[in-house]
Design a protein around this ligand. Structure first.
Ligand SMILES: [Zn+2]
Ligand SMILES: [Zn+2]
Length: 278
């Protein structure tokens, strides 16, 4: 060690690898994720809150354009959550695991963090940031921490009301539209789609999905027209809608209905009221 060791940013680092200012940035990035109601908490909330319809993982193939005939292509999740948020959360967790498990636990032989959630990992790393600061690869670890905080922030800063508009026909990229928008543009290939068409396509492709009244109401409200779970239960009471199975939710067993059956009832009602649209 020389007398005047320099941080990668050029500032004097004294006896550490990172200078005081870079060490602060590292600590701050981790605590933004770990703190009470911080980014880790926001990710959890964002994941459990959003109503959406989920596409099977992977890019759709060209011959899958008419996937409405393939049941289960788009299905409301048992616990609806935002697909982008869950991808981001997995990435944040991967980055934090590099610091916690691959570096700190590996090199200090510390016990692995028991809670390996995003918040749990960050909370475990935080008191060990001082140790990271002295590691010869500290600048790299600072980048990882900053990237983790950045990915988390970008995910939770997304407007919650953005609506999944399905994959682009051309490139397969998922598109998101503002609920009030008439058009949605693929950010990849600049193709423009009508949002109403996309919503109708998404709902039709989810026809064979079995879901609870709450999930169906949420999906149809988001992608079609406002609809309450009570309205769906009203159809059940009048014998117009029959369950196709059950699911255990906690200690309760709840009936599942076919989303397409509810759409048919709504279409029939709209036709009767003379409000059917093409
Ligand atoms: Zn520095
Ligand atoms: Zn595209």
């Amino acid at each position: 060690m020389t007398d005047q060791q320099l941080c990668h940013c050029g500032a004097p680092a004294r006896d550490a690898v990172l200078c005081v200012s870079c060490a602060y940035k590292l600590d701050d990035a981790i605590q933004q994720i770990s703190r009470y109601q911080g980014l880790g908490y926001d990710l959890d909330v964002a994941m459990s809150r959003q109503a959406r319809i989920n596409r099977r993982p992977g890019r759709p193939k060209a011959e899958d354009r008419d996937e409405r005939f393939a049941p289960g292509t788009l299905q409301p999740q048992p616990l609806p959550y935002d697909p982008h948020v869950s991808v981001a959360a997995a990435e944040v967790r991967r980055l934090l695991r590099i610091l916690a498990v691959d570096v700190i636990a590996h090199e200090t032989r510390a016990d692995l963090p028991t809670d390996q959630s995003v918040t749990g990992l960050a909370a475990w790393i935080r008191p060990r940031v001082g140790w990271l600061r002295h590691h010869h690869r500290a600048p790299e670890y600072l980048d990882i921490a900053l990237e983790a905080a950045r990915v988390a922030r970008r995910a939770v800063d997304r407007p919650a009301e953005l609506l999944f508009a399905g994959p682009c026909d051309e490139c397969g990229e998922d598109m998101y539209a503002h609920p009030a928008a008439a058009y949605v543009e693929c950010t990849h290939c600049d193709l423009v789609y009508e949002v109403t068409d996309r919503r109708a396509w998404l709902l039709r492709s989810a026809e064979d999905t079995l879901a609870t009244t709450t999930e169906i109401a949420r999906a149809i409200s988001a992608y079609g027209q406002p609809l309450t779970p009570e309205a769906i239960r009203g159809y059940v009471h009048r014998g117009m809608l029959i369950p196709h199975g059950t699911r255990n939710v906690g200690r309760k067993t709840v009936p599942l209905y076919r989303l397409g059956d509810v759409l048919d009832l709504l279409a029939a009602r709209a036709a009767k009221e003379g409000k059917a649209t093409a």
